[in-house]
Every structure is written in C-alpha cells, then in structure tokens.
Design a protein around this ligand. Structure first.
Ligand SMILES: Cc1cc2nc3c(=O)[nH]c(=O)nc-3n(C[C@H](O)[C@H](O)[C@H](O)COP(=O)(O)OP(=O)(O)OC[C@H]3O[C@@H](n4cnc5c(N)ncnc54)[C@H](O)[C@@H]3O)c2cc1C
Length: 375
C-alpha cells in the first residue's frame, strides 16, 4: 500500500511492481495535478531517474538547466555552471509527476485517485494498512507493507505522532507561473534578500516559475493576497524589476507552509510502515534537491519493503534508517551550511568575489549543490 502518488510514491511503486509485488497506489487528488515546486531536477536527480529508466519524459520535454545563479543584496551575483557540461532539467511538476505515475501504472501498480487516507490502521503496535474515506464512511484497507509518501504534511506520519513542524525554520512559500519574464537563462535562479528569497526557473513554452519564500512573521499579512505578494516581490526588487516589467501571472498562486517538517525519532516508526519523500522530513526548498531525496528515498523504501515481504520485518527499519543516513546525511549537512551562508548578504558578497578569484571553489560548491556526483 502506497499513500501518495508524488515522485516518492511513484518511484517506490515502480520498484515494487517491477519486482512482481501487488501494489496499490492511493492519492486524494486526480492526476495530472499542479504541485507548488521550483520545477527543477538537478543533474544528480536526473541521473537517479536515468538509472531507474524513468527519465525519458523529463529528458524529452524538460528544458536543460546548466547551473545556478545566486544573487544577494547590493547587486552581488554568483553565476555557477555545473561541471563537465552536466545539466539538469526543468519541467512543471504537473508533467513530471504525471509521467512518473504513468510509468508506475505501466510497471503494474494499481492507481486509485480521489482516495483520501485518514490514518494508519494500527494492530498490536504495528501498522497493518490504512483507513480511507470520509466521516461515516471510513473503511480499513489492510496491507502487509504501507509506505507513507503523502508529502510534507503526511496524514499518516502526523497521525502517528512521528512528524511535526519544528519551531525553526518557519517559512511559507508562494508560487505561480509567469509569461514574458525577460532575461531568463538556462539556469535556476535564487535571489536572496533580507529575510526572504525569490526562486526563478525557466520552463518550456516560455513560462517562468516564480516562488517566494518568506518567514512566518511576514507570512500572515502578505499571504492574504498571494497574487499581489508575488507581483510586489518582483516589482520592488532592484534586480528583477525591469525583467518583470511586462511579466503576466498566468496561474493562480499556490501557498504552502509551514515548510519544514521533521521526524525526530525515525527509530520509532512502527513495523509495517516506511516513510518516503517529504513525509520522512523536509527542511527548505532553497537548495533545490527535495526531488533527489524523494526519488532516491522512494527507491530505498521500495527496496526495504521488498526485504520485509521476503524475509519479515526483523532489522528492516534499522537498515532502512541507516541507508537513508548514509546516502543523505552528508548532503543534509552541506545544505545546512549553504543555507546559513546565503542567509548572510556579506557572505553572498564574499562568494561573488570568490567566483572571480577562486572559480574552482565556487564550481565545487555548485557541483555539490547539484548532486553532480550522482549524474
Ligand atoms: C516552494 C518549493 C519549491 C521547491 N523546489 C524544488 C526544486 O526546484 N527542485 C527539487 O528537487 N525540489 C524542490 N522542492 C521540494 C519538492 O517539491 C519536494 O521535496 C517533493 O515534492 C517531495 O515529493 P513527495 O513525493 O515526497 O511528496 P509530494 O510531491 O508532496 O506528493 C505527495 C502526494 O500525496 C498525496 N496525499 C497527501 N495527503 C494524502 C492523503 N491523506 N491521502 C491520499 N493522498 C495524499 C498528495 O495529493 C500528493 O500527490 C520544492 C519545494 C517547495 C515547497
């Protein structure tokens, strides 16, 4: 049983279905659907999809992204290309997730759209499936293995008391698509400003994805009118004002928050359950690699589920937790350092000087941010 047909759920479903397991994939929405995201697959994430044989659609319809542009206040700017000619891809999550879902159905998973999971079915301290449906019509669906891939505000993980929104950082994101943004290059852009940042990604068909991330305090007042907030963020920014003078917002803004989720004690996840993707924790979209954790995390959850089905649960949770730790912890640490670096205008300024005098160091930073070792 897989809850959530985002990238983590679809990849787990594909891994299991390919191994001959009967997979039910539930999602509360119907697909294709929108999802608020920066829409960029970094080179490493694309590499993981390629290895899994799932990259065809992203390669065919996504725009090549050759690096990252990071700017700070006072006009400082770092323009970094991925090494060895590597590139990522940008495409809307509507298209990416739809293609991953179709591939999991093609592999044999049974997809059930419009099914809302209300919580885990717990039997003798182990998860034995899920409960679905509305008030009065709730029904249990038993399963030998349940993978919660139901995103940042996971009903399953929050319901079992495994996940929470930590007090820090507390940020909200607002995003929409724009037409006629000028000066777009084949790169993701991150414009760091006092207390907030604006991410831009070029998309196919001349669209630009614009996301603004603000702290909780600012969020209350500004989020009442998210459309205006996005327009104001662009119009009041000295580096984006001119570029956005003719820009037109062509989709309704989506709002998400609080963004950060943590699972403080992964060791407490009960038998019968595995957490994948954002349901297992999410910090901040600034580093643009949530999809790497979701896609590789979905693959690891699929592999752990196979072990549990073949040999029982003994040691499975511990091995799954230590695999995630081994694969992700160095990047989590790197992301923490990068986030505190870009939070300081002085350090962004220093990085901009560094880009001129020590381009090798900046290239290494960009390569690491883009997970280029996995490409
Ligand atoms: C503003 C922003 C920008 C980002 N930009 C990038 C970027 O450019 N690159 C990058 O790599 N990452 C980025 N990320 C991170 C990335 O979006 C996430 O890490 C990724 O979507 C996680 O995938 P997932 O499959 O875990 O969850 P999701 O994609 O959230 O999928 C979860 C699915 O579960 C379903 N669901 C939820 N609850 C239930 C329920 N109760 N019952 C049934 N179904 C349910 C939902 O409908 C959804 O389809 C960004 C995130 C944000 C917030």
């Amino acid at each position: 049983m897989i809850v959530g047909a985002g990238p983590a759920g679809c990849v787990a479903a594909t891994v299991l279905a390919r191994a001959g397991v009967r997979v039910r994939l539930l999602d509360r929405t119907t697909f294709p659907r929108h999802k608020l995201c920066g829409d960029t697959l970094n080179p490493g994430t694309l590499g993981v999809l390629r290895r899994l044989g799932l990259a065809r659609s992203a390669e065919a319809s996504g725009l090549a992204v050759h690096g990252m542009i990071v700017t700070g206040e006072g006009g400082v700017s770092v323009d970094g290309r991925y090494p060895r000619g590597l590139h990522g891809r940008s495409l809307s999550r509507r298209d990416l997730d739809w293609s991953l879902l179709q591939q999991s159905i093609g592999a044999g998973a049974v997809f059930e759209p419009g099914v809302t999971v209300r919580g885990a079915l717990v039997d003798a301290a182990r998860v034995a499936g899920v409960t679905v449906g509305g008030n009065g019509s709730a029904r249990p669906i038993p399963a030998r293995v349940t993978i919660a891939a139901d995103g940042r505000h996971s009903t399953v993980a929050f319901g079992l008391g495994l996940a929470r929104h930590p007090p820090h950082p507390r940020r909200w994101a607002v995003g929409a698509y724009f037409e006629q943004m000028r000066g777009a290059r084949a790169a993701g852009e991150m414009h760091i400003r006092r207390g907030r940042y604006i991410g831009l990604s070029p998309l196919p068909n001349g669209l630009t994805n614009v996301c603004v991330v603000v702290p909780a305090g600012a969020a209350g007042a500004e989020l009442r009118d998210p459309r205006r907030m996005l327009a104001d963020a662009l119009a009041s920014d000295p580096m984006l004002r001119e570029r956005s003078a003719e820009a037109r917002q062509v989709t309704d803004p989506l709002v998400l928050g609080p963004l950060a989720v943590e699972v403080p004690c992964p060791g407490l996840v009960p038998e019968g359950l595995l957490l994948a993707g954002d349901a297992g924790g999410f910090v901040d979209p600034m580093t643009g690699d949530g999809l790497r954790f979701a896609i590789r995390g979905g693959e690891l959850a699929g592999m752990a589920a196979l072990q549990a089905l073949e040999h029982g649960w003994s040691g499975v949770q511990a091995r799954f937790a230590s695999m995630r730790q081994r694969e992700f912890s160095a990047k989590w640490r790197f992301n923490r350092v990068l986030r505190s670096l870009v939070a300081s205008p002085t350090l962004v300024g220093a990085a901009s000087t560094g880009a001129r005098f020590a381009p090798g160091a900046v290239r290494r930073l960009i390569a690491r941010a883009g997970d280029c070792d996995l490409a």
